[in-house]
Design a protein around this ligand. Structure first.
Ligand code: F6P
Length: 561
């Protein structure tokens, strides 16, 4: 959009619905969650279920009236139209002129989803079918390494979206009984950081002849990934000879030419498309290939089906029963209107320990923007700071701040059935019940707090009363899953992906580009060139500010070459 058109663009913050919500803040600030939680009528409509996933919004600082106002904002922001455009393959990623169709990656074969007027679902399934055949061959040992040995270890090289999603799913399934049975005798390793320490750690205990390297990069140009790919190519060829690359290295990318130039057999390349954003790519070959080798294709297919169950829910369900929409609207309410800039993601399940790192990228790379999709500077902040740890570990770390310091809306994620229950004779409750006791308790502790009167009634000495008082009124949502299986992991992933999209649609930004990561990459090239010139030609550091010149000179002087 040119600057004239941009200046005419209407910002959502100029709408009546926005102003109405701003006016509503005072009323909510005068309401305590203690009171909201005693309104039974409200509670009934604040617990929503879809396909086994229960989400309890009752500890949000919101009334039915708040929701009505948020629905008006959604109408003003044309949320329904935007969701429809996403599924219709419109170029909603305007700055890159692309469709945003990660939903097509998990669509059943018979569904039609188009980009540029072409149904993309058959292309998706061609790759899935190819992965199924390839992963089966590796798993049953009919496709072997250069010396004829089965390929029992996989190292997936990739960073950002080419790493965090697959790591999240792998970590979630590792101890799932059926998946772990299917993974017996196999190991999946990740190499993300260009730090040589990560290389050494990823290769620890591995032998070239039984290792398959999967290079995962949408662009096949990411500096860190390509350097790690070259490092592992050398690791393989040094032990097994040049010819071993075709048997020990495969690739996942949209850039098949660069894959071929790198020396990987094009038949061992698994493609995806520019309408899949990196951080939304775990359901493409990016995740499906390494995870299928580890757990079998059928397991991964159930993960895709779980995501699709939520996709359909998101596309078709009225907003008042639509989980990602409600979560997204309430996040905007928390961030923009109530002014809480962070969100804690707190799974009470160790298997979900990599959810927060994955959602950090999905959310912050998507919604950390400063201008509207038309390029107009925004008068309000977008995005939130996501962080998290599994409970109860986090309780012994940063919860102090959440209870008595800053107000940080929390996502509590609980699971009804543990993947690995332990029942110890003589204990009051099982390990999992102990974990879940905390899941239930924390949400109420944050909401209700503890008053000085309550403390006095307990006989707490007067001088400690201020220290022991909890103001409460701290919002959270509770998400309850039946279990952590491939299907429910897919559901959880899609809930978060769509929630982020809803937030971006409301803020009027483009959640699907990431120009903010470019500048650092450009500056790193200048530093790289300087380091190279200094090492090879003894060139003094020049062209940088005093600070960088001083530290870089020191680095070059003392670093081992
Ligand atoms: O630098 C950010 C980023 O572009 C992410 O958006 C992306 O997921 C990651 O780098 C990796 O990119 P690629 O898959 O092209 O190697």
């Amino acid at each position: 959009m040119d600057s004239e058109a941009a200046s005419k663009a209407v910002l959502i913050s100029n709408s009546e619905a926005w102003q109405d919500l701003k006016n509503h803040v005072t009323e909510i600030n005068n309401t305590h969650l203690r009171d909201l939680l005693s309104d039974e009528e409200r509670l009934k409509s604040f617990i929503i279920e879809h396909d086994g996933v229960v989400v309890d919004f009752s500890r949000q600082r919101a009334t039915k009236e708040t929701l009505t106002k948020l629905f008006s904002l959604a109408k003003e922001a044309k949320l329904k139209e935007k969701i429809d455009k996403l599924f219709a393959g419109d170029h909603i990623n305007a700055t890159e002129n692309r469709s945003v169709l990660h939903v097509a990656l998990r669509a059943p074969r018979d569904v039609v989803i188009t980009s540029e007027g072409k149904n993309v679902v058959p292309d998706v399934w061609n790759v899935l079918d190819k992965i199924k055949v390839f992963s089966n061959k590796i798993r049953e040992g009919s496709l072997v390494g250069a010396t004829g040995k089965p390929l029992t270890d996989v190292v997936a090289i990739g960073i950002g979206g080419s790493f965090l999603g697959p790591l999240f799913v792998h970590t979630a399934l590792k101890t799932e009984p059926k998946a772990s049975e299917l993974a017996k005798g196999r190991k999946l390793h990740f190499l993300a950081n260009v730090d040589p320490i990560d290389v050494v750690r990823a290769l620890d205990g591995l032998k070239q002849e039984t290792t398959l390297v999967v290079v995962v990069s949408k662009t096949f140009t990411t500096a860190e990934t390509m350097l790690n790919a070259r490092t592992l190519r050398t690791w393989i060829t040094a032990a097994l000879g040049q010819g071993a690359v075709s048997k020990h290295m495969v690739a996942v990318s949209t850039n098949l030419k660069l894959v071929k130039d790198f020396g990987i057999n094009p038949e061992n390349a698994f493609t995806f498309w520019d309408w899949v954003g990196g951080r939304y790519s775990v359901c493409s070959a990016v995740g499906v290939l390494p995870l299928s080798i580890q757990y079998g294709f059928d397991t991964v297919n159930r993960f895709l089906q779980g995501a699709w169950s939520v996709d359909e829910h998101f596309r078709t369900t009225p907003f008042d029963k639509n989980l990602p929409v409600l979560l997204g609207l309430l996040s905007v309410w928390n961030v923009t209107f109530l002014g809480f800039p962070a969100r804690a993601i707190l799974p009470y399940c160790q298997a979900l320990e990599k959810l927060a790192p994955h959602i950090q990228q999905v959310s912050m790379e998507s919604n950390g923007k400063g201008v509207s999709i038309e390029g107009v500077q925004l008068p309000y902040e977008t995005g939130e700071i996501d962080f998290g740890e599994p409970g109860t570990n986090g309780q012994h770390s940063f919860y102090q701040l959440i209870h008595q310091g800053r107000v940080i809306p929390c996502d509590f994620i609980g699971v009804i059935e543990s993947q690995q229950p332990i029942y110890l004779k003589g204990e009051v409750v099982s390990n999992h019940d102990e974990l879940m006791s905390n899941f239930f308790a924390q949400a109420d502790a944050l909401a209700y707090g503890k008053t000085s009167d309550e403390l006095r009634a307990e006989g707490v000495p007067e001088k400690l009363i201020p220290h022991k008082t909890f103001k409460g009124n701290r919002p959270s949502v509770s998400i309850l899953l039946k279990n952590v299986t491939p299907f429910t992991v897919g559901q959880l992933l899609a809930i978060y992906e769509h929630r982020v999209a809803v937030q971006g649609f409301l803020w009027g930004i483009n959640s699907f580009d990431q120009w903010g990561v470019e500048l650092g990459k450009v500056l790193a090239s200048r530093v790289r060139a300087q380091i190279n010139a200094s090492h090879t030609k003894g060139k003094a550091v020049e062209g940088f500010n005093y600070s960088t010149t001083t530290l870089l000179t020191r680095y070059l002087k003392e670093s081992i070459q």
